[in-house]
Write a protein that binds this ligand. Structure first.
Ligand code: GLA
Length: 495
């Protein structure tokens, strides 16, 4: 009895002490990311009795209001948009902060009180007046290479990039045309006192890494964002565009992927073109030829209309691809409207390849690859080249398909026919011929019999070649009959 009484007295005292801690004020915590990058997290709280309001501000992620804030026992608990769940526990003068995410491991950290004035928005940098940035003369055919994001995400580091570069060469992919090796997001560290960007602990020496790639005949690609932070919350180029372009040139960078993503927190939508133009001009003036790739896929962006004016050589036309048939199909077969915007020096980018990442069958990967080649899409492999199957390698290095993608005429295919899950896409080629893709989007084999006009030809072709079978075929007078497996593809080249 006495024990129970003392226990509940203790509990009351504990609750009273918790409640006595008024959380109102500005708190700062440090989140440690890969590469030993420290990202500040501010909690701006207002407590009145059992009521808690406020916002979470991460320079790396913008500002989000507290949702469903309440107390559980002594802990303050709330959510924010984008699936983050916070729990704050008073520990003397500080707060123990636990952040659970839906997409990454839980963070635990300590927050201390700081002055309200510590949260400084970045100084506003005026945007340039809109103008046409001249064509840089690069990317006369769609860029080919490898990018770290699809397979490695935040885990990419210097050693992996070097090993991938070696595999690119030893596998024969480099010889087949894959030359740009791009480190995507999460390489960025902090800026030094002069504002120069430094790589984080995962990348000890970017210049040396660039040399390593160049010594193997490869080219060096890197990633940044127009915002204060990148998509994954690392340092962005905001206010440092010219300086970053010069730094990239010093490191020997040949390709920049410039990702809008988080810049929506820094700029208004109507400022997109000027913000991307700023980097386009910075690259034009940095003294090194650098392919400029915009990654901008927010709704209503219409980047294909203004992207070329910013000096960009390619621009994303879709949200992120993932390694499954449904998303690949949804992206790939919806590229038809962008055909007019592709051409030498300026390409639509339906996002990188997933071939070999394991989420689709080899038949589906052939379809993915065929479609991207017909679309004159950049061919940026996204798999682990150090351990790919023979089937993956043979898909990625199908030189006859690559020749279709890299055809100097630079035309993107258009959809010629769509009937009961069978689609025909035609891409005009420099030699006056055409590449024709027959795609089976259904889960059953299709036995197709198409007339030559249905395949975009007025008469039987003089020459007809199957680009997956690598064989010449004899053209029948009435048309082309074939058996296309579920989710499979046939690509023909005709003259
Ligand atoms: C965005 C881009 C991706 C990748 C990530 C990196 O989602 O679309 O391709 O660059 O950012 O954070």
């Amino acid at each position: 009895m006495k024990g129970a009484f003392l226990h509940s007295l203790g509990l009351c005292l504990l609750l009273a002490s918790v409640r006595a801690t008024d959380l109102s004020g500005t708190w700062k915590a440090d989140l440690v990311r890969r590469g030993d990058v420290h990202q500040p997290l501010y909690l701006v709280l207002r407590q009145s009795g059992g009521r808690l309001e406020g916002r979470v501000f991460a320079p790396a992620g913008g500002e989000l209001p507290l949702l469903n804030a309440h107390f559980e026992g002594g802990d303050a608990v709330f959510d924010t948009q984008f699936g983050m769940h916070y729990r704050l526990r008073s520990e003397g003068p500080s707060l123990h902060v636990t952040v659970r995410y839906e997409w990454r491991p839980t963070d635990e950290t300590t927050a201390i009180r700081v002055a309200d004035t510590e949260i400084n928005p970045p100084a506003v940098v005026p945007l340039p007046a809109l103008r046409l940035v001249p064509d840089n003369g690069l990317a006369r055919t769609p860029p080919m290479g490898w990018n770290s994001w699809n397979r490695f995400g935040e885990t990419i580091d210097d050693r992996t990039v070097r090993e991938i570069a070696d595999a690119l060469v030893s596998s024969g992919m480099a010889a087949a045309g894959y030359t740009y090796v791009t480190i995507d997001d999460t390489w960025e560290g902090e800026r030094d006192a002069t504002g120069r960007i430094r790589p984080n602990g995962k990348f000890p020496d970017m210049k040396a890494l660039g040399d390593y790639l160049h010594n193997r005949g490869l080219k060096f690609g890197i990633y940044s964002s127009p915002g204060t932070t990148t998509c994954a919350g690392y340092t962005g180029s905001y206010g440092h565009e010219e300086q970053d372009a010069r730094t990239f040139a010093d490191w020997g960078v040949d390709y920049l992927k410039y990702d809008w993503c988080s810049a929506g927190r820094t700029y208004r939508l109507e400022e997109r073109r000027a913000a991307c133009q700023r980097m386009g001009e910075a690259l034009a003036g940095c003294g090194r030829p650098i392919v400029y790739s915009l990654s901008e896929s927010s709704p209503g962006s219409d980047v294909w209309l203004w992207g070329p004016r910013t000096g960009a050589n390619l621009w994303r036309t879709t949200t992120d691809i993932h390694d499954n048939w449904v998303e690949m199909e949804q992206i790939g077969f919806n590229q038809g409207n962008f055909t007019p915007y592709a051409g030498p020096g300026h390409w639509n980018d339906p996002d990188m390849l997933e071939v070999g990442n394991g989420g689709m069958t080899d038949t589906e990967y052939k379809t993915h690859f065929s479609l991207w080649c017909l679309l004159a899409a950049p061919l940026i492999a996204g798999n682990d080249l150090r351990q790919m199957s023979a089937a993956t390698l043979s898909i990625l290095t199908n030189r006859e398909l690559i020749a279709v993608d890299q055809d100097p005429l630079g035309k993107q295919a258009t959809r010629r026919l769509a009937r009961d899950g069978l689609e025909v896409w035609c891409k005009p080629l420099q030699d006056g011929g055409m590449a024709i893709g027959l795609f089976n989007r259904t889960k059953e084999t299709i036995l197709s019999a198409l007339t030559w006009p249905e395949l975009g030809l007025l008469q039987p072709p003089v020459s007809l070649r199957d680009l997956w079978e690598h064989r010449d075929l004899k053209a029948a007078p009435d048309g082309y009959r074939s058996r296309i497996p579920a989710h499979g593809t046939i690509v023909l080249r005709v003259r």
